[in-house]
Structure formats: structure tokens, C-alpha cells
Design a protein around this ligand. Structure first.
Ligand SMILES: [Mg+2]
Length: 175
């Protein structure tokens, strides 16, 4: 299948100022996330979530707490009707060389492509950081940078740059 790989924090939900989603109160969707995912649900793509969670290696939350918080995120997305095939999480700390999952490395995307037989060249990676774009590039997908980080970044490597997730999904719908 073709897939849309989605980053979570800063892309679907607002990245908290400290960039750590470690409490349920810190989970807040962007205003257009439901509409964007509703639109995505109508397209012929599998949906895979790929998230770096350095807060786990920092000891802020453990893996169980992460998955409990993640379940709250997924529950908030249910009104969109989107089916998220699977969520992949990398707990490696920032700057840790001894780790192959942390974006910009492509391991989470490659593992998903094996599990779901994903045609990476016809798939997309959407995220708010250059590391998301490079994870897509390194996996061989097309990429969209969304300018919804707390401090929005630019990416020369991105196939397309979108102001928000809804615009990103609309771009995919027409390309
Ligand atoms: Mg992000």
C-alpha cells in the first residue's frame, strides 16, 4: 500500500513549550487536525504515525506512560474517522549515535514498510522538523514540511512546504 507517515508532536498535536508531552493536560490538537485527518481518511493511503520521544530516555515518562498518553491522543483523533495502522515510537535520546530509530534515521519507516508492504516511493512523510523530512528522504518517500513547530523551520529537501496539516493533506490529495 501507499502510506502517509505522520509525525505527532508539532504536526498533529501542539508541541508544548518544553517539547515534552508528559501529561494528559499537555495534549492539544491543532485546530485543523480533525479536518485534515478526515480528509486523509478519504484518500487511498495507509496512515502510520512515527514519533521521537526523547522524554523517555530522560526519565520524564516511562514507555507505559507514553503509550497511555498516546492512547489519549488517538482517542482525540477518533472524530476524524481516520484509521491509523500503527504508531512507532523511538525512545532514543537526542544526539545518541548508538541508536537506529531516531528520526532523521529511517528505521521506523522502513520497519513499517516491511510490516505493511508499503510502496515508499509513492508514500509521504509529513512533519514539522528537518529530522522528519530527512527521515522521509532517507526512507525514499516524498516529504511535506508543516510550518507548525513552535519555531517553524525551513527545509530545502522537502518536496512541499505547507502552512499546516490540512494544507499538507490537500496537497497530497492533488499530487
Ligand atoms: Mg514534531
Amino acid at each position: 500500500m501507499r502510506a502517509v507517515f505522520l509525525d505527532r508532536d508539532g504536526t498533529i498535536i501542539v508541541d508544548p513549550p518544553d517539547e515534552r508531552v508528559d501529561k494528559a493536560e499537555k495534549i492539544k490538537l491543532f485546530p485543523d487536525s480533525i479536518e485534515a485527518l478526515k480528509k486523509l481518511a478519504t484518500l487511498d493511503y495507509g496512515v502510520i504515525l512515527v514519533t521521537n520521544q526523547a522524554g523517555i530516555s530522560e526519565g520524564r515518562i516511562n514507555e507505559d506512560e507514553f503509550w497511555n498518553l498516546h492512547a489519549i491522543v488517538l482517542e482525540k483523533l477518533t472524530p476524524s474517522g481516520v484509521k491509523i495502522h500503527k504508531s512507532y515510537m523511538c525512545a532514543c535520546p537526542h544526539g545518541h549515535d548508538n541508536c537506529d530509530c531516531r528520526k532523521p534515521k529511517p528505521a521506523m519507516l522502513l520497519q513499517a514498510s516491511k510490516e505493511f508492504n508499503i510502496d515508499l516511493g509513492n508514500s509521504w512523510m509529513i512533519g514539522d522538523r528537518q529530522s522528519d523530512i530527512m527521515a522521509g528522504v532517507n526512507a525514499g518517500t516524498k516529504t511535506i514540511l508543516v510550518k507548525t513547530a513552535n519555531v517553524p523551520v525551513e527545509s530545502k529537501e522537502a518536496t512541499y512546504t505547507a502552512p499546516n496539516l490540512l494544507d499538507a493533506v490537500q496537497y497530497i490529495a492533488t499530487h
